[in-house]
Design a protein around this ligand. Structure first.
Ligand code: GN1
Ligand code: MG
Length: 400
């Protein structure tokens, strides 16, 4: 996927549409390489970074109205006085109008504007136990906020604040959350379904007629890719991972009706250097799913001190102490909410998400790099290779 070139005046005009009183000559625009999907720009006002302007990729998010609806529901939830947000924040969004968060341009492309958080830090990879702990706690708490059980008993309402509900296990209907999970509809169907991803993968493999052994030079690195070995890994592990999906998607496993972030990786989090509260970013995939998806994606991204597209495979090593720290901090927040099936598969959460990402990057390469933005033809292969490498390390641990 390549990024469209836009003129400076177009971008400044968009900011002006959100904030008509702005003095456009004070604005400066810088393109950001945030994430693999959307186009993002940092807007400076008189030299100070002030906003992030983002255009949603509607080739990936083909139901952008649903993205806006879910986003709106989340903003409302975090504003609700009755909801304890446990110190977690979501990015402040500058609404386009009283009725619409987003600005829909003449081509029906949605734009949105966020406040820039200057004091917070976004980490591409983990470099300390503290980051691992803070990240696990933040995503665990986010899950707790989203999945707080609803209280069905009248008496549990606070008489002074009738809208405030305090959790009490006796009165809790654990099959429902504060009306939240029901409000959020999928923005991407079967997003973390391994059945779905396998199906896409085999379709792409059938159409691919390129070599199975590839080599490329990238900077000073000589890269080798053995797609045949990946195919063997896929054949070997798919049954186990599909079994996990079947169990989580059963009645007993709650049928993926937890509200999850679904992209709970380290760089979708802003941590404050001193304070605990964290800002959770990239909310487009907040939709029904499994808590294990968020645990697993966090583990996948936190466990290694290397970037997702690291060229030197020797650097792609799991740091088990970060892994452990994240896992404990996340589970400490959500433990009491997990059911038996979820508990049984905790150790597979990391491998499940890591495998899915490897499979998706690999599939995207086979399909001609259409989905993720990439800077060179083998970019997705590098990403896939790193994920499969991490996956094998995780599976060794599970099996030992
Ligand atoms: C994509 O855009 P970004 O980088 O936050 C992807 C995630 C993957 C991730 C891999 C909508 O997220 O599922 O985990 O890349 N998002 C979508 O880093 O496909
Ligand atoms: Mg994302």
């Amino acid at each position: 996927m390549s990024i469209k070139k836009r003129s400076l005046s177009e971008l400044i005009h968009k900011v002006h549409s959100f904030i008509p009183e702005i003095l456009v000559h004070e604005l400066e625009v810088h393109q950001l390489g945030l994430g693999h999907i959307h186009e993002s720009y940092l807007i400076q006002q008189s030299g100070t970074p002030t906003w992030i302007l983002q255009i949603i990729n509607t080739q990936v998010f083909t139901k952008p109205e649903q993205v806006e609806k879910n986003h709106h529901a989340l903003v409302e939830l975090f504003k609700r006085e009755s909801v304890d947000t446990l110190g977690i924040q979501i990015p402040e969004v500058v609404p386009y109008s009283a009725h619409s968060l987003y600005y829909w341009d003449a081509d029906h492309q949605p734009w949105r504007l966020y406040t820039f958080y200057g004091e917070h830090i976004c980490y591409e990879y983990c470099s300390s136990l503290e980051i691992a702990r803070k990240a696990g706690k933040a995503f665990g708490r986010f899950s707790r906020v989203l999945n707080k059980p609803v209280i069905s008993h009248e008496n549990s309402l606070d008489k002074h604040h009738p809208e405030r509900v305090e959790p009490s296990l006796e009165n809790t209907d654990t099959s429902k959350t504060a009306g939240i999970a029901e409000t959020f509809k999928p923005t991407l169907d079967a997003f973390h379904s391994i059945h779905h991803r396998a199906h896409q993968h085999y379709a792409a493999r059938a159409k691919y007629h390129g070599p199975l052994q590839l080599s490329a030079k990238q900077g000073s690195h000589q890269l080798q890719f053995d797609l045949e070995a990946w195919n063997i890994t896929i054949e070997q592990y798919l049954p186990t991972l599909m079994g996990m999906e079947n169990a989580l998607n059963s009645d007993e496993g709650r049928r993926f009706n937890r509200l999850s972030h679904n992209d709970a990786k380290l760089n979708n989090l802003l941590l404050h250097p001193e304070n605990e509260p964290a800002v959770i970013l990239d909310l487009d995939t907040v939709m029904p799913g499994s808590l294990l998806f968020d645990l697993g994606d966090g583990l996948r991204s936190i466990s290694t001190s290397s970037k997702e597209d690291e060229l030197d495979l020797a650097q792609v090593r799991i740091q088990w102490e970060y892994h452990q720290q994240y896992r404990e901090a996340f589970l400490a927040e959500v433990d009491s909410m997990l059911n038996q099936v979820e508990k049984r598969y905790i150790s597979f959460a990391g491998p499940y998400m890591t495998f899915i990402m490897g499979l998706r990057f690999y599939t995207d390469f086979l399909e001609g790099n259409r989905y993720y933005s990439s800077n060179y033809p083998e970019h997705n292969l590098v990403r896939a290779r790193n994920q499969f490498h991490l996956f094998h390390q995780m599976m060794k641990k599970v099996d030992s």
